[in-house]
Design a protein around this ligand. Structure first.
Ligand SMILES: Cc1cc2nc3c(=O)[nH]c(=O)nc-3n(C[C@H](O)[C@H](O)[C@H](O)COP(=O)(O)O)c2cc1C
Length: 338
């Protein structure tokens, strides 16, 4: 991942190979005191102890990462996308590295909503952390059925994925057509007794059009962005690297797109926003918040550093402290356009 700061050219002069380690000629910035900073955040009435959640599909159901740190330190966990019935996902290879990111075509591999409720939710409920269930359906009715089951099971929030580029049925089609996006939102909202957050696709010409349709249909919050459709080709075999040929791009490469889209959506609708896309530092997260996000999600960065959400959380608080704020949430919507 990125260096905390770049070495000046003169620092490395005279160092051959690894024989002498370059010494920084300037001190690292002092870490400010963050003990007085209020880190809490709110998404559609759901209070998070800090604004950092983990992005759906990059954290499973928390079991593996629970070996690295106490999950109660997170603001929230967006679970791996679940469907009404179990899915095996797409054939491998389904992950490929790219400059500053990855392409994936996992295709919503998951055990189905009933197994999630029976086996995964009780595990997550051991922690003091907000649990956000992420759902995908083949029809509006499937979204409705899952919302009913998950509300009864006691999740804190439901993230409605209408933006997965890696599945044939439903998936992206719902997220690229305002009428279908609205239909799914209405169905989810009418069957859920917890807040419904709709996850938007960046694979559209005008994301505000979908955001408005979903807001009018009753969404309580929006999350954005999901991955951008991309492709890599092996020049020797002339085969795409991914078995599905194309996949979804995520990671640091997509951050500026996410910031731009959060900015546009925040100016178009008045719903709270979970900003997602390429976050790996507190500064990245602060950009999304300044653009209008109330909270942020960390995804692909977890694959390089499992502690990245905690570093993002502390980084955000440090930025707030340096800017003499009393609460991280004061960053939300604070960008000053030219
Ligand atoms: C391997 C992988 C699996 C993903 N699975 C899901 C999913 O099941 N549901 C969903 O809404 N988003 C899914 N996403 C999208 C992420 O939640 C996130 O929106 C996207 O990766 C951008 O954030 P990032 O750059 O921080 O990873 C997945 C992303 C990756 C990399």
């Amino acid at each position: 991942m990125r260096e905390p700061y770049h070495l000046l050219p003169e620092v490395t002069v005279g160092c051959a190979g690894n024989s002498c380690k370059p010494q920084p000629t300037f001190p690292a910035p002092e870490e400010p005191d963050i003990s007085h900073i209020d880190q809490s955040a709110e998404l559609a009435g759901v209070i998070l102890k800090n604004p950092v959640v983990v992005a759906s599909g990059t954290f499973g159901f928390g079991r593996e990462y629970g070996q690295f740190f106490d999950l109660s330190q997170l603001g929230g966990i967006c679970c791996k996308g679940i469907t009404l019935y179990p899915r095996e996902g797409n054939p491998a290879p389904r992950i490929a590295e790219t400059p500053m990111g990855i392409l994936n075509s996992v295709g919503l591999q998951n055990p189905g909503v009933d197994t999630f409720i029976e086996h995964e939710l009780p595990f997550l409920r051991q922690y003091d952390v907000r649990v956000i269930a992420n759902i995908s359906g083949n029809s509006p009715e499937e979204y409705g059925e899952m919302c009913e089951k998950l509300s009864a099971a006691g999740v804190d929030m439901i993230e409605v994925n209408i933006s997965c580029p890696n599945v044939k049925a439903g998936g992206l089609a719902y997220g690229t057509r305002p009428d279908l996006a609205a239909e799914v939102t209405k169905m989810a909202r009418s069957h859920a007794s917890v807040p419904v957050m709709v996850k938007l696709s960046p694979n559209v010409t005008d994301i505000t059009e979908i955001a408005r349709a979903v807001a009018d249909a009753g969404a309580d919050a929006l999350s954005l962005i999901n991955t951008l459709r991309g492709m890599r080709i092996d020049v020797n075999t002339r085969r795409p690297i991914l078995k599905m040929n194309t996949g979804g791009l995520s990671g640091p490469a997509v951050l500026p797109i996410a910031v731009r889209m959060v900015w546009e959506v925040a100016n178009a609708v008045s719903l709270p926003i979970l900003g997602i896309g390429g976050v790996s530092t507190g500064e990245d997260a602060a950009q999304l918040m300044l653009a209008g996000a109330s909270a942020v999600a960390v995804g692909t960065a977890l694959f390089a550093d499992p502690y990245s959400p905690l570093k993002v959380r502390d980084g955000l608080a440090e930025i707030a402290a340096r800017q003499s704020l009393t609460a991280v949430r004061e960053l939300t919507g604070g960008a000053q356009p030219w």
